[in-house]
Design a protein around this ligand. Structure first.
Ligand SMILES: CC(C)(COP(=O)(O)OP(=O)(O)OC[C@H]1O[C@@H](n2cnc3c(N)ncnc32)[C@H](O)[C@@H]1OP(=O)(O)O)[C@@H](O)C(=O)NCCC(=O)NCCS
Length: 175
């Protein structure tokens, strides 16, 4: 089963040991983390545990978050991929699309490029019937990407742990 995706500018691949440091730098940036959870940054140990968890998802479920690498520079840009939104029981069972890129990779269409490849992987390669996207209300960049992907707003709710307003978008496979 393929777990490497290529787009014109990006390679989406499984995680390696040497991804920990660049991903930890992305996770330590308050501007990147502003709309994630309660907005706290993550340290290196949390990043290392996160990557181990994402690799476990790949092994156990056959879906997960890809490391996103620039084809030209081989630099790690961040992640994009699929996860189970266990933090939001009211929408389960569900598979969620998500992404997080370092600040120097914003404003170039790279997140949309990665997300399109992930959505295609989810709906065509893995044959999922529907994919959701969840963002904090106010995260305009994330909402714009969901709209560009053809996802539609489905419900508004509140983050069970942090009490923040959330919007859930959805897209279904064409039958
Ligand atoms: C979400 C996030 C990846 C969005 O980044 P982004 O750069 O706005 O999104 P894209 O990569 O799709 O780029 C779109 C922008 O690039 C511009 N752009 C430049 N060249 C482009 C190209 N070749 N193709 C498409 N867009 C291009 C677009 O005009 C658009 O800019 P605008 O928003 O000013 O109109 C980024 O904000 C992020 O990582 N945030 C932190 C994590 C996060 O919030 N994740 C989502 C949680 S739900």
């Amino acid at each position: 089963m393929t777990t490497t995706l290529r787009t014109p500018r990006l390679t989406l691949r499984r995680w390696r040991e040497d991804d920990v440091a660049p991903m930890a730098a992305i996770n330590a940036d308050p501007e990147v983390m502003r709309w994630i959870g309660d907005g706290s940054v993550c340290d290196r140990a949390q990043t290392e545990a996160g990557i181990a968890g994402w690799e476990r998802e790949w092994r156990e479920r056959g879906v997960g978050l890809f490391a996103v690498e620039c084809r030209e520079t081989r630099q790690l840009a961040g992640f994009a991929g699929l996860s189970v939104p266990a933090f939001l029981p009211e929408i389960l069972p569900a598979v969620e699309i998500g992404w997080r890129l370092g600040r120097s990779f914003w404003g170039q269409g790279l997140a949309t490029e990665a997300a399109r490849a992930v959505l295609d992987f989810a709906l065509r390669d893995r044959g999922l019937a529907r994919v959701v996207g969840v963002h904090t209300v106010g995260n305009a960049a994330a909402e714009a990407i969901m709209r560009r992907l053809g996802m539609r707003p489905e419900r508004e709710t509140t983050h069970p742990a942090y009490g923040l307003p959330l919007r859930v978008h959805v897209i279904e496979a064409r039958s």
